[in-house]
Design a protein around this ligand. Structure first.
Ligand code: GBH
Length: 450
């Protein structure tokens, strides 16, 4: 890997941040402890048929209790940065009204532990675990009324933790919350309406804007931004006009639907037209609220998608297996990351970019006390090199967070899919560094001693 390390050292700034990421619902457990309120994912897991292995998040990785051990793992890795999320219902059980001091105390201990280990804490306010009380009481993200409530929560986090956090992101992947939660029913709350998903996306973006304003008013030291999931869309057959149109629409609904309002204060006109009667109901001032100046843009990149446009419909095509698929069935295609970083740099002139998630699921198992995950090392190698190339060609990328630190609750796949640098034996909660963890540790070490 000497060539890779040389490329990384040549291309990346000396203060490039090496990190790893997790989220509250996926690792914390302690779902009903110390006053935590129910989240829409606690409720979703309790519904039969929603989660592939019928599991739930009552215990998950028991990180709520084991965080000192987990921070020690990060320190061993040499991480300079760690990305986690706050559970809104842990700190405000009903999503409005009373704060839960025991919930804040957990994050206070976690942040102290990170700072003592020399690791910068990067927080996300919303990684999909809405307080269930808001869903029951006002219809959750279907209601505009959630917008000021989210802003109150954001301001409270900024007041309490804003000077000890390196960054605060408002939302993680609003496309997933809206589309997977309200249109395809793969995620909580499990609805099946495109019109709902579109309206929810508008409220999420407004909540982002209102939270940015509320946090700016507090004036924390932390950098403020948003995290978007970008899965670049390619025509299955580049010669086909139908496939190219399908790819443009897919890009419009995934990438431009969120980037355009955040950076240009408008929704893409072709997608408004494509949505027809399902286009969002927008009030005067909404788009100005959404378009707030950001300190950073978080990009989560896993794969690309291939689109087929026959019969005027766009459908996803299963990628050819020869290219290499992860255990999620996602194509391994790092070149798309380089291209995409250059494209958003050119089209949006964004603030500094952070790769807030990148990683793969692999069918890992412990054999003789070791997890040989060569495929993950190859994935990391390919994507780090893709980031270095993009930076060499002009993209301003300041950090990279591997998803995820630990094997954890992979949403509707339950515990069946393993993304971690550390293997978790859920029966004993024992963590074991996979070969990829040793490899990533070596890269960070060599980069630091450049
Ligand atoms: C992220 O979501 C989440 O932030 C994180 O919590 C999660 O654990 C992690 O990734 C792994 O899933 O679905 O075939 O169309 C990523 C969600 C992944 C959604 C790629 C779009 C496109 C491939 N995105 N996916 S496909």
């Amino acid at each position: 890997d000497t060539a890779l390390i040389r490329d990384l050292i040549q291309a990346l700034p000396a203060d490039f941040q090496w990190g790893s990421a997790t989220s509250a619902a996926q690792i914390e457990g302690a779902a009903r402890e110390d006053g935590k309120g129910e989240s829409i994912w606690d409720r979703f897991c309790a519904q039969p048929g929603r989660i592939k292995d019928s599991s739930n998040i009552d215990v998950a990785c028991d990180h709520y209790r084991r965080y000192p051990e987990d921070v020690a793992l990060m320190k061993w890795l040499g991480l300079q940065a760690y990305r986690f999320s706050f559970s809104w219902p842990r700190v405000q059980p009903l999503g409005r009204g009373a704060w839960n001091e025991a919930g804040f105390a957990f994050y206070d201990r976690l942040i102290d532990e990170l700072l003592a280990a020399g690791i910068r804490p990067h927080a996300t306010l919303y990684h999909w675990d809405l307080p269930q009380a808001l869903d029951d009481g006002i219809g959750g993200w279907l209601s505009r009324d959630v917008v000021p409530l989210f802003a109150d929560y954001a301001a409270e986090i900024a007041r309490r933790f804003g000077d000890r956090l390196a960054s605060i992101a408002t939302l993680n992947e609003p496309w997933c919350s809206a589309t997977l939660g309200y249109e395809t029913a793969q995620f909580a709350p499990g609805h099946t309406s495109r019109a709902e998903a579109v309206q929810v996306s508008h409220h999420l973006l407004m909540a982002h804007g209102a939270a940015m304003q509320a946090m700016r008013a507090v004036g924390p030291k932390a950098q403020l931004g948003i995290v978007l999931n970008h899965t670049p869309s390619f025509p299955a057959n580049p010669e086909s006009e139908d496939d190219r149109r399908a790819a443009r629409i897919d890009d419009g609904t995934n990438v431009r639907w969120y980037m355009d309002p955040v950076f240009r204060g408008q929704y893409p006109a072709d997608i408004i037209e494509y949505l027809g009667a399902d286009a969002p109901k927008i009030q005067p001032g909404d788009l100005a609220l959404i378009q707030q100046p950001l300190d950073f843009l978080g990009v989560n990149f896993y794969t690309r998608s291939l689109l087929n446009g026959q019969n005027g419909q766009q459908s996803m095509v299963t990628p050819p297996a020869e290219l290499g698929l992860t255990d999620m069935g996602w194509e391994i295609y790092p070149q798309a990351l380089t291209q995409h970083l250059l494209r958003i740099t050119r089209e949006y002139t964004p603030p500094p970019i952070v790769i807030t998630e990148n990683g793969m699921a692999n069918a890992d198992s412990v054999v003789d006390g070791r997890v040989n995950d060569e495929a993950r090392i190859a994935y990391l190698r390919g994507h780090l090199s893709a980031v270095a190339q993009a930076v060499a060609l002009g993209a301003d990328v300041r950090g990279y967070f591997y998803w995820s630190l630990l094997d954890n609750f992979e949403w509707n796949s339950g515990y069946l899919k393993r993304f971690g640098l550390f293997h978790v034996d859920y029966a004993t909660q024992q963590r074991l560094a996979k070969d990829s963890a040793h490899w990533y540790r070596g890269v960070i070490e060599q980069f630091k001693t450049r």
